[in-house]
Design a protein. Structure first.
Length: 184
């Protein structure tokens, strides 16, 4: 259910674009994201920082798209979001000496410090590359291709990357049998 809620604005953007074009799709994405945040706030009482950030970016870039009647702004939105997330990881590490991935996931995943560093660097590089790839598709291909890439290519690459990260992290997972063997 949470996964569907997370992708709700993207799916509505895609469907509306196919039916009514980029400007209607942008307006629908803004409204869907506002509704998503309102629903989360009502349902759980809290909204994660990244969700607030996503709302701000869609309102600013989507609003600019509608006001200027230029699709350029909405095409920059994924890149800005990717780069803000990657930048937050870098700033956390360089200026605050905190691995934000470890802060977010440390309670659920046990990794050695070297493993957390690899995760931090790989996510930072992935987010940087996704931003560049989004711009390349946006400026090299037509808007229809960009919208298809945004839904299928972007989410597909994210899924492949997450699966790759899970497989890499699996070498650090301790099984119950291995833990029991080490008990005195």
């Amino acid at each position: 259910m949470k996964l569907l809620l997370d992708f709700f604005p993207i799916i509505l953007f895609f469907v509306t674009f196919k039916v009514a074009g980029i400007y209607w799709a942008t307006g629908v994405a803004i409204i869907a994201t506002v509704l998503q945040i309102a629903w989360l706030r009502f349902r759980t009482g809290k909204v994660e920082v990244m969700q607030w950030l996503s709302l701000g970016v869609i309102v600013v870039f989507g609003g600019a798209t509608l006001l200027a009647h230029s699709e350029t702004f909405i095409k920059w939105k994924p890149t800005v979001l990717y780069w803000l997330m990657g930048g937050a990881l870098v700033v956390g590490q360089l200026f605050f000496k905190r691995n934000l991935l470890k802060s977010l996931m440390g309670a659920q995943i046990e990794l050695p410090e070297a493993g957390w560093r690899v995760m931090l660097h790989s996510w930072t590089a992935f987010l940087l590359l996704m931003g560049v790839l989004n711009l390349w598709v946006a400026y090299t291909f037509d808007t229809d291709t960009w919208v298809n890439f945004k839904l299928f290519g972007g989410l597909g690459l994210m899924a492949v990357f997450v699966i790759g990260q899970a497989l890499w992290m699996s070498r650090y997972i301790k099984t119950d049998a291995a833990s029991a063997d080490r008990q005195p």
